[in-house]
Design a protein around this ligand. Structure first.
Ligand SMILES: NC(=O)c1ccc[n+]([C@@H]2O[C@H](COP(=O)([O-])OP(=O)(O)OC[C@H]3O[C@@H](n4cnc5c(N)ncnc54)[C@H](OP(=O)(O)O)[C@@H]3O)[C@@H](O)[C@H]2O)c1
Length: 284
């Protein structure tokens, strides 16, 4: 086991732990000594992640759950309590993503799906876990958003809306819980190599992603674990999007220009967001 063990015996729930950022984060928490609870719909995929974790940490629990169903979320929390007796960290990470413009036939339907999974899934899980943390008088809730949860990208209006909703919910929650012993954080990663956008053809990608090399799930997972440990309120990974958000705060038109330039590989290379490979050229 990792000799850092900053989360030794802490009970950590990770939603969306079967894949991508959630899987990498569950592995990272487990390496740090946590008792991890793996949540997503696919029992089979979760078992594979659990087997990987059991190779170095025996305390792992698989609870297949659809986070859009409040009854299942309630049962998941009950199971965690009966197995581990408490909940120290909740990482609300599970999510879905669709690319598209308002003119697209499926825009409204897809946006509703994202609001249902990404936003309401986060809210349902938070509500159930918060009741437990309030009884304990301690805990940490980390919510997943995205850089586009602070500055929307074109062709990504529905997803950006769901991510903005999570940002606003988290901002409010952090202030409501101030002084309660329960900490609240949010992470806004840039484009990350996971299966999330595998169904999108390269030419249909939101334009800024066409000039950007995705970051690794491991870098996001490390930021999540450090963010909880140091109680960072808002985490943006890597550092470059901070420049975009700063420029956008001064003027949305400057922000729009930077977003437009991101699709240009020369600009993106200068900024350090293009390293020679695009999303579809890197295997997850
Ligand atoms: N990849 C990026 O570029 C990027 C950037 C910023 C933020 N994010 C955010 O990071 C989060 C993780 O995404 P990822 O990129 O790691 O994608 P991913 O590999 O596709 O993982 C998504 C996870 O969510 C789970 N999930 C989906 N719907 C669910 C539901 N109804 N109930 C329970 N679990 C559900 C999936 O598991 P099952 O299929 O087993 O249910 C899977 O484990 C998402 O919220 C995404 O918006 C991603």
């Amino acid at each position: 086991m990792n000799n850092k063990e900053r989360f030794k015996d802490k009970v950590v729930i990770v939603t969306g732990a079967s894949s991508g950022i959630g899987k990498a984060s569950a592995l990272e928490f487990a390496r740090e000594g946590a008792k991890t609870v793996l949540v997503s719909r696919s029992a089979e995929k979760l078992e594979r992640v659990a087997d990987e974790i059991r190779g170095f940490n025996p305390s792992v629990l698989v609870v297949p759950t659809d986070i859009t169903l409040r009854g299942q979320v309630h049962e998941m929390v009950e199971e965690v309590l009966s197995q581990f007796g408490r909940i120290d960290v909740l990482f609300n990470n599970a999510g879905s993503s669709y690319v598209g413009r308002i003119e697209d036939e499926n825009f409204i339907e897809n946006t509703k799906k994202m609001i249902d999974v990404d936003y309401f899934g986060t809210v349902y899980t938070t509500k159930e876990v918060l009741a437990v943390m309030q009884k304990q008088g301690s805990g940490h809730i980390m919510n997943m958003s995205s850089v586009v949860g602070r500055k929307a990208f074109p062709h990504f209006g529905g997803y950006s809306s769901a991510m903005h909703a999570i940002s606003a919910f988290t901002d409010s929650l952090r202030q409501e819980l101030s002084g309660s012993g329960i900490n609240v954080s949010i992470i806004h990663p840039a484009l990350t190599r996971t299966p999330l956008l595998d169904h999108v053809r390269p030419e249909d990608m939101p334009p800024p992603f066409r000039g950007m090399t995705p970051i690794s799930v491991e870098s996001v997972a490390k930021a999540v674990v450090n963010g909880v440990y140091y109680n960072h309120a808002r985490i943006i990974v890597p550092f470059q999007p901070k420049l975009l958000l700063l420029a956008d705060a001064i003027s949305p038109r400057i922000g729009d220009i930077i977003v437009k330039l991101l699709s240009n590989k020369v600009f993106s290379r200068l900024l350090g967001t293009y390293h020679g490979k695009l999303y579809h050229e890197i295997k997850y």
